[in-house]
Design a protein around this ligand. Structure first.
Ligand code: AP5
Length: 213
């Protein structure tokens, strides 16, 4: 197996970029989406995670690493993983290195989506998502074809409970404190591929596709 990491602050567009890479054969793993699935299923893990996520805080490393370990260990050898929102701490990054090494795989690159805070707040405040298929829209930058309805499922779109301005600011602070140090961790291994994510969606997607080919 080999892996690509999508790194960047909340709302930089990791999920939006991932959609186009899935079409190119990548298996998309979003730890945020895995946790929201646990919340929808109302599992004990989901109920604990929701409290932290609604405050903009991280779920403990061991919980997230266990989810990733299960997925990696059950994957085919030739799988190309695309990690979105993982790793998020130095501890998670070290565990990911160990896991990949134990499976004989390689971490190919870390695509860093760079975007200023003001643009992020505007993006997250206008984000709408489909509870059924996970499609992501924006009221202005990427609106659905009809009203507030998912193009794929035809159901009403909703706002994530962590997309309030207060929680967005907290998530940005936590990113700066705990996730941004991963940039130098991966820079030291020449794995970082920076992308200007502060441009229209199609431009960002095209730049990412060009950077991985
Ligand atoms: P997670 O779901 O990973 O959230 P996040 O990292 O905060 O990222 P987002 O999903 O908010 O943003 P995105 O970068 O994917 O942007 P998107 O493409 O949607 O995590 C949520 C929570 O779960 C965390 O806070 C934490 O509590 C927990 N968690 C998850 N993983 C964890 C881990 N590993 N360890 C511990 N805890 C963990 O785009 C955003 C909006 O902008 C959309 O509306 C989109 O249409 C629009 N948009 C996208 N690109 C553009 C563009 N170029 N121009 C204009 N608009 C754009």
């Amino acid at each position: 197996m080999n892996a690509t990491v999508l790194l960047g602050p909340p709302g930089a567009g990791k999920g939006t970029v991932a959609e186009v890479l899935v079409d190119k054969g990548y298996v998309h793993i979003s730890t945020g989406e895995l946790l929201r699935e646990q919340i929808r299923l109302e599992t004990p893990l989901g109920l604990e995670a929701k409290k932290l996520m609604d405050q903009g805080r991280f779920v403990p490393d061991d919980v997230v690493v266990a989810m990733i370990r299960n997925l990696l260990e059950s994957a085919e050898n030739d799988t190309r993983f695309l990690f979105d929102g993982f790793p998020r701490t130095l501890g998670q990054a070290e565990k990911l290195d160990e896991l990949i090494q134990s499976l004989g795989g390689s971490l190919e690159r870390v695509v860093l989506l760079e975007c200023p805070d003001d643009a992020i707040v505007e993006r997250l405040a206008g984000r709408r998502t489909c509870g059924k298929c996970g499609s992501v829209y924006h009221v202005t930058f990427n609106p659905p074809s009809h009203g507030n309805v998912c193009d794929v499922e035809g159901c009403q779109l909703s706002q994530r409970t962590d997309d309030t301005e207060k929680t967005i600011r907290k998530r940005l602070d936590v990113y700066a404190e705990r996730t941004a140090p991963l940039i130098s961790y991966y820079e030291a291994r020449n794995l970082i591929q920076p992308i200007n994510a502060n441009q229209p969606i199609e431009h960002v997607r095209a730049d990412v596709v060009a950077s991985i080919s």
